[in-house]
Design a protein around this ligand. Structure first.
Ligand code: NCD
Length: 445
């Protein structure tokens, strides 16, 4: 199904930090004269399959491929493609990724859909945003902007503000910032906090600790007495504060605003949604801050600060072209990155369960959505004992306190001595006894 050597970008984890830095260097070269590279991918075709609205992402991908000398075919309106007839994403990419196109960029409303496309396409796939899951090329633009503005990424204090629950750009960005040892402060619009599994992962893999302080309204962070201070309590430990007023901030390197992701809401009110205004920019705290936004902006940033030199959101969008040129030139083999790839890719298969077994609990996950008829669950064990699994598609985590043996068909609670004796390759995990029984396992107690 999958060519072993193809490089998909489904999650920001699919690029190593060294590769990201190498992409920046290529992007700098491309940016110096965007018109000088039309020999690089001559003859290549990029297909964009966009099942959600987009302006910047799709157009910057198309512009990037044209500047590399390649061609572009686009399905930008789901209503006029076979999706409207009920064709699966798997079938579509099987056809498009091959004789139609050499690289496929996918945007889809369901969490984890990009991994499905990567699994079924024979050519490299790029995630152009899948539901509330990830948006790794936006993160490349964001990191590239920050790197250029601040001269590096390590140790920066970055505030993520707004709808952190449904914003895929924020999720990919947080993973990358953590990897580059930036400090992350979150200011969620109440009720739209970072998903638990994102926080869990930041803590588990990067040592990012959530600190408890009370919510500062965004304009409040510009007020001196509600300032907060960001600390890392052990070397290389990253601090992540979900609330701000119990601590003191010395400076903010960047504040990343995100709009309310209404298309993923269920009618929740967004009255009092955070907004940056001229007043918020007056604080000493914001002296060197860069104002960032993936765009589109709705009302989170007042138009009056567009001309402030600290507002970099339009430059951020402009950098989308050279960084996407670098990414696609790399994926198509036109340039090499002098850097090691990551040890694991997000598309590597995890533990597969029979169709009747455990399913992801995220109702927005592609395994419960358009893939329900053809995808089986695919999980990773993220904590061995007590067992905790993460969905390989959307990242949602769940505890699986019952462990069965695939050879004896008996199950046990994870802390029973017999459970510990099951060899890892024979373990089958269950969320409940009922689930184990339903899968044909017997209580081994
Ligand atoms: C973002 C997206 O689609 O997730 N937009 C983009 O790609 N530039 C952010 C958003 O829509 O809020």
């Amino acid at each position: 199904m999958q060519k072993p050597s193809k490089r998909d970008l489904v999650s920001i984890d699919d690029l190593s930090s060294a590769e990201i830095m190498a992409l920046f260097r290529h992007a700098d070269e491309f940016r110096a004269d965007l018109r000088a590279w039309s020999h690089l991918c001559r003859g290549s075709i990029m297909a964009t399959l966009f099942m959600e609205p987009s302006t910047r992402t799709r157009l910057s991908f198309e512009s990037a491929m044209l500047r590399l000398g390649g061609g572009v075919i686009s399905a930008a309106d789901p209503a006029t493609t076979s999706f409207a007839k009920g064709e699966s994403l798997a079938d579509t990419v099987r056809v498009v990724g091959g004789s139609y196109a050499d690289i496929v960029v996918v945007r889809h409303p369901q969490d984890g859909a990009a991994r499905v496309a990567a699994q079924y396409a024979r050519v490299p796939v790029v995630n152009g945003g899948d539901g509330a899951h990830e948006h790794p090329t936006q993160t490349l633009c964001d990191l590239y902007t920050l790197w250029r503005e601040k001269g590096g990424l390590e140790g920066l204090d970055v505030v993520l503000c707004g709808d952190l629950r449904y914003s895929r750009t924020v999720h990919s960005f947080a993973y990358a910032l953590a990897r580059f040892k930036a400090n992350i402060v979150t200011i969620p619009y109440p009720g739209f906090e970072m998903p638990a599994h994102v926080l869990e992962r930041l803590r588990r893999e990067f040592g990012v600790q959530a600190a408890v302080a009370s919510v500062g309204e965004l304009p409040g962070i510009a007020v001196e007495n509600s300032a907060a201070y960001l600390t890392a309590s052990r070397p290389h430990q990253l601090a992540l504060f979900t609330r701000l007023d119990a601590v003191e901030v010395e400076r903010i390197d960047a504040i990343y605003m995100t709009r309310a992701q209404r298309e993923r809401h269920r009618g929740e009110s967004t009255v009092g949604y955070p907004r940056l205004s001229k007043d918020s920019m007056k604080s000493e705290l914001m002296r060197d801050a860069r104002i960032m936004h993936a765009l589109p902006r709705i009302d989170e940033i007042a138009y009056e600060i567009d001309d402030d030199p600290r507002s970099v959101y339009f430059q951020q969008a402009g950098l989308g072209v050279p960084i996407r040129m670098a990414l696609m030139a790399f994926q198509l083999g036109a340039i090499e990155l002098d850097a090691e790839p990551p040890a694991l890719s997000s598309t590597d298969p995890g533990l597969k369960f029979p169709a009747a077994g455990i399913r992801c609990r995220n109702e927005r996950c592609v395994t419960n959505g358009e893939g329900v008829a053809y995808l089986v669950g695919d999980f990773r064990v993220v904590v061995e004992w007590p067992p905790r699994l993460a969905c390989g598609y959307c990242g949602q985590e769940m505890d699986a306190p019952f462990v069965g043996s695939g050879t004896t068909q008996r199950f046990h609670r994870h802390d029973a001595p017999l459970a510990k004796r099951i060899t890892p390759e024979h373990r089958v995990y269950f969320e409940s006894e009922e689930q184990a029984r339903a899968a044909g396992f017997h209580d081994g107690a």
